[in-house]
Design a protein around this ligand. Structure first.
Ligand code: HAS
Ligand code: CU
Length: 551
């Protein structure tokens, strides 16, 4: 029985640690959101930052807060709760491990954030060399990564304990998924840890004079692509395992869900070159191979889309819906726990299509380094993923704090999601269109000396500022809901919904939990995709580069 040991409530001691994560995550959201608003205003050309604050400084705050702090803290808090809910409460040792991880991450975040706010690290969230930040920024990032390993270890410990107590049984679906994501994260962060520890830290401390830019970017993207799936998989956990329960249906297929997560473990990592397609110094044959692997990692997303449609349709049929789209009408549109993530899901169709454009070498030549890419990740990460995180919060936070999502807050949640969606249609839509006209990303407002082409971009930048302002209203609304659910909502019980599979007797094979096998294949794929090009990059390295502070 997959769900026989499923616990109905998250243990209150575990709830405390999850909530600690969420306080940090939503603080990052508020701060990052304000910076986002300011950026779109600056880029509209109608607004200048006061007090000599630099555009690249706020851009770095925005990217680091949203892309690194909000995501990592939210995900670790959610997964920690999901494991507690489905594999049983964490042991005192696991809980202690989780707290240590949390504090180490928070310390690192404070170090990095301080340096960014002091304008000593305006290097954007990708911290590309040869832009050189203060060494405390890099050390802070190291703590965040190491802290996340410790934090993730808590989930793995509880999962391992469950397996030991239930020999020969498949682990609960949500715990399995959480552990896949954590394991993928640990393998992926080895790359960023390597560049930070062996290249960027010694270089920023002045121990070595120069840095090998291509090596550091390659190690970054070895991490950077799985990073985006680290954000996506918790959303998929909600779509696969939570949404079916919320709509009163069943999970279409438990083995399919597990298989798609395993495919993400295998194919998320050996694909970093699709961020480096225009980078000289990498053999095109290896870029081609990694693009092929990128198309492999699209498959589990297509499986997910198939499985979601199947869940919706079979749920509709069971409720008497007829016709091709009858299922659509019987969905619980008045329930924020469904509607908010659903808007995220629907957005993922164009968002994913844009990703496939990016991954196609010839088309990437058109969009690379343009603001199209910024539009792409505001649709994937900042719409599909983040709306799903909001949707999760609307039941998880009251579940953890022993409160209720009131009718009013439920309604506000749905309004919030529509506000967000409309803001994003303006902002991300305008970014996609402007990118096709060649407008660069990562750049402040400029008329480029009155160039005709740059004049074409300005209307789109105004549309982005309109979208950014609407999104900022969305940020205010979600913070209101968060504060309400954490501190003020009436006491009560909110369910942590976990779906059951339609054919519960149809079990995934036990080989799905053979970690030696899956980690082995993951390692082989990584070694295949990276060994030869990496040796080539090192052997034929151009001279190292000194550090630049361009801000
Ligand atoms: Fe991406 C750049 C390729 C997905 C995030 N991406 C980025 C960057 C970020 C990012 C942050 O190949 C910029 C990094 C930087 O700063 O430079 N991306 C892809 C591909 C996918 C993809 C092939 N990206 C994501 C996700 C992200 C994310 C997910 C965050 C969460 N991306 C790229 C490439 C670049 C890139 C290149 C580099 C570009 C450059 O030139 O620099 C795929 O994984 C997408 C697959 C998705 C699908 C969609 C499946 C749909 C589903 C929804 C079903 C809906 C239902 C609802 C059932 C195939 C599952 C029904 C609703 C109704 C209304 C009917
Ligand atoms: Cu990628």
């Amino acid at each position: 029985m997959v769900s026989s040991t499923a616990k109905i409530k998250v243990d209150p001691r575990d709830a405390k640690l999850s909530m600690a994560h969420f306080y940090v995550a939503f603080t990052a959201l508020a701060l990052g959101g304000l910076m986002g608003l300011l950026q779109t205003l600056v880029r509209s050309g109608k607004f200048e930052l006061p007090l000599g604050i630099g555009y690249y400084e706020i851009l770095t705050v925005h990217g680091v807060m949203m892309g690194l702090v909000l995501t990592t803290f939210f995900i670790m808090g959610f997964q920690y709760a999901a494991v507690s809910r489905t594999a049983g409460p964490h042991s005192p040792a696991a809980r202690r491990t989780g707290w240590i991880g949390f504090w180490v991450m928070l310390l690192g975040t404070a170090m990095a954030a301080t340096m960014v706010l002091l304008n000593k690290a305006s290097v954007l969230y990708t911290f590309y060399a040869p832009l050189q930040a203060h060494w405390i920024f890099y050390l802070g990032l190291t703590f965040v990564v190491v802290g996340s390993w410790i934090d993730g270890a808590a989930q793995i410990m509880t999962y391992a304990k469950w397996r030991k107590n239930n020999p020969g049984m498949l682990s609960p679906l949500l715990s399995f998924m959480a552990v896949i994501n954590t394991v993928m994260w640990i393998v992926a962060t080895l790359g960023v840890a390597a560049t930070v520890l062996f290249q960027l830290l010694p270089w920023s401390l002045g121990i070595v004079p120069t840095v090998d830019v291509l090596v550091s970017r390659t190690l970054f993207w070895y991490f950077g692509h799985p990073l985006v799936y680290f954000w996506l998989l918790p959303a998929y956990m909600c779509w696969y395992a939570v949404i079916p329960k919320v709509i009163g249906g069943k999970i279409f297929s438990d083995p399919l869900a597990r298989l798609s997560f395993l495919l993400f473990l295998l194919f998320s990592i050996p694909v970093g070159f699709h961020h480096q397609l225009t980078e000289p110094g990498i053999d095109p044959a290896w870029k081609f191979i990694q693009v092929v692997l990128t198309f492999m990692v699209v498959i589990p997303s297509l499986m997910t889309a198939f499985s979601l449609f199947a869940t919706f349709e079979r749920n509709g049929r069971a409720k008497g819906a007829t016709g091709l789209f009858g299922w659509f009408k019987v969905l619980p549109w008045n329930d924020a726990r469904f509607t908010v993530p659903f808007i995220g899901m629907a957005s993922f169709i164009p968002a994913g299509a844009g990703g496939i454009v990016n991954a196609s070498n010839q088309m990437d030549e058109v969009v690379h380094n343009t603001i199209w890419v910024t539009g792409h990740f505001h649709l994937t990460a900042a719409t599909s993923v983040v709306l799903t995180f909001f949707g999760i919060s609307y039941w998880l936070i009251p579940h953890l704090t022993g409160r209720k999502l009131t009718k009013a807050m439920n309604k506000l949640g749905i309004i919030q999601a529509w506000v967000w969606f409309i803001g994003m249609v303006f902002m991300s839509g305008a970014m996609h269109a402007e990118g096709l006209l060649g407008a660069p990303r990562r750049s402040a407002f400029s008329t480029y000396g009155g160039a005709k082409q740059a004049a074409e971009w300005i209307p789109y930048q105004i549309a982005q500022a309109v979208g950014g302002s609407i999104l900022f209203i969305g940020i205010i609304l979600v913070i209101i809901i968060f504060v309400n659910l954490a501190f003020f909502a009436p006491k009560g019980e909110e369910e942590f919904p976990v779906g059951e599979a339609e054919n519960a007797e149809e079990k995934a094979p036990m080989v799905f939990e053979n970690w030696k096998l899956w980690l082995g294949i993951t390692a082989v794929l990584i070694l295949f995709a990276y060994t030869i090009p990496f040796i080539d990059i090192i052997q034929n390295a151009p001279p190292g580069v000194k550090g630049y502070k361009t801000w």
